[in-house]
Write a protein that binds this ligand. Structure first.
Ligand code: ACO
Length: 325
């Protein structure tokens, strides 16, 4: 019998501190930096984001989300035989955030590693976990996206610091004899590495370069719309499906204009797009599983429905996965 991988539970976690556009604008104004709620809403759709406290690392957010996903799947930590965390804001250089999450959950012994593909990270991690389950090397995987992007924001740069937030989302992916993950399509092109990057690094105890996010927003915007469309079409093609077979689009929540423009290209009406960017901001690798969990818990996405997830991120990376819930 053919083995598939299927999402059997979802979970998410947002740090309690919610920061509205106005609160952020007031904070920036104290440093003489001008922005407004109106500008941020009009250009991005974002109204608020959550910021973690300085002593709350990605692993903490990830562990909360993972526990919720395990509970939804009716599983416990002992059942888990694979942990993949997608993050660009790991707790430390090493060990991996996944190893730390494994310890916090008490799921000792199973393989645990991080995937670093920035905002495409969750799509990449789901693709890897699906392949491992179908190959028979895991049966119950935790696939998590977790970020504390507030740590790498330059609060003197209004073109980027208003866009991002912190959070985590998780799914339990299990071996199944009924279809779950139907197809995926992932890519990277390092020629575009500098349009979205954090150039700093550590050398001999010193930080070399600036460890803060830099982005050419317009270049990202232009590239994102075309690549997302291509990846979505490729994933659907591989699954033998067309747009009309898709019940929900769960896009990376970066900017409402990118999300709606992709939906238009895919001929999906706006009411079939899951939108959380207004409340979460861009949480990078966490954004897709956060949005997925939100849609599952609010009853939008139901068992048996087909969901197309897609994202772009630094690298430049991009990809799409189509799943049957
Ligand atoms: N508040 C007020 N004014 C601002 C702000 C701000 N926060 N930021 C920029 N502006 C100003 C600019 O200085 C500029 O002023 P000027 O005309 O006097 O020079 C004006 O607003 C327009 O700036 P643009 O950069 O042209 O604005 P644009 O409409 O392109 O929107 C944005 C900028 C929102 C960043 C957009 O380009 C975008 O969404 N890009 C994609 C970003 C994205 O999706 N990133 C995530 C990728 S995933 C990942 O891996 C992290």
């Amino acid at each position: 019998m053919q083995t598939y991988s299927k999402i059997t539970g979802t979970g998410s976690y947002l740090p309690p501190k919610r920061v509205t556009n106005q609160e952020l604008a007031d904070r920036l104004a104290r440093d003489g930096i001008e922005t407004s709620d109106a500008w941020i809403v009009e250009r991005t759709g974002i109204r608020a984001r959550h910021f973690a406290e300085v002593d709350t690392p990605s692993s903490e957010l990830a562990t909360h989300a993972a526990r919720q996903a395990l509970q939804a799947a009716g599983r416990s930590a002992e059942d888990v035989d694979l942990i993949i965390v997608a993050t660009s804001t790991p707790d430390m250089v090493f060990p991996s955030t996944a190893s730390i999450v494994q310890h916090k959950l008490g799921a000792y012994g199973c393989p645990a590693f991080d995937v670093q593909a920035v905002c495409s990270g969750f799509v990449y991690a789901l693709t890897v976990a699906d392949a491992m389950i179908r190959a028979g090397s895991a049966r119950t995987a935790l696939v998590i996206g977790a970020e504390v992007f507030s740590r790498i924001l330059n609060f003197k740069d209004r073109t980027t610091c208003v866009l991002f937030g912190d959070g985590a989302g998780a799914v339990v992916l299990e071996a199944s004899d009924t279809p779950g993950v139907l197809a995926s399509d992932i890519h990277a092109d390092g020629r575009y590495r500098e349009i979205l990057h954090v150039p700093g690094t550590v050398c001999g105890g010193e930080v070399l370069g600036e460890p803060l996010l830099r982005m050419d927003g317009q270049a990202v915007f232009k590239l994102a719309v075309g690549l997302l469309d291509k990846a979505a079409r490729a994933a659907l093609d591989k699954a033998g499906l067309t747009f009309s077979d898709v019940d929900w689009l769960v896009p990376h929540q970066a900017n409402i204009r990118i999300m709606m423009s992709t939906a238009r290209k895919l001929q999906l009406p706006p009411e079939r797009v899951v939108v959380t960017v207004h409340e979460h901001g861009n949480t990078s690798a966490a954004s897709i599983p956060l949005a997925l969990d939100h849609a599952v818990r609010t009853g939008q996405i139901r068992a048996g429905q087909r969901v197309l997830m897609e994202g772009v991120g630094g690298g430049f990376t991009w990809g799409a996965v189509v799943v049957q819930m």
